[in-house]
Design a protein around this ligand. Structure first.
Ligand code: TYC
Length: 111
């Protein structure tokens, strides 16, 4: 008499991959504001000239930025990546220093 042996049948293994939602990485660099600071000595025309030369502002834009800093104490000139902002602020500040003016440009990170 034959004995029936029941062998275990292997089940196909179902594996589920954990779905980790991957954000498309298009990291944008943090931007920095270049800020023009008012003082009592630098001639208005010189400030306008520096703004046009270093920041490529039009005559009209440069005058508005200069007047805003003159009236309110500071004015944002433009925003750039950190390196560019710091280089431009330093060059513009140096342009004033070369003429003996206390003209100052600073940088600060955007919120
Ligand atoms: N206040 C300066 C003046 O009356 C002009 C000036 C404007 C200087 C803006 C700096 O960031 C400045 N001659």
């Amino acid at each position: 008499m034959a004995t029936l042996v029941r062998l275990p049948v292997p089940m196909p293994e179902i594996t589920t991959k954990p779905r980790t939602k991957t954000q498309p990485k298009t990291e944008r660099p943090k931007l920095y504001k270049v800020i023009l600071v008012n003082d009592d000595f630098t001639p208005r025309e010189f400030v306008v000239t520096v703004l046009k030369g270093e920041f490529k502002l039009s005559e009209d834009q440069a005058r508005r930025v200069m007047i805003t800093a003159h009236q309110r104490g500071v004015c944002v000139v433009a925003v750039f990546t950190r390196d560019v902002a710091e280089t431009k602020a330093a060059r513009a500040t140096d342009a004033g220093k070369a003429k003996g003016y206390p003209l100052m440009f600073t940088t600060e990170p955007e919120e």
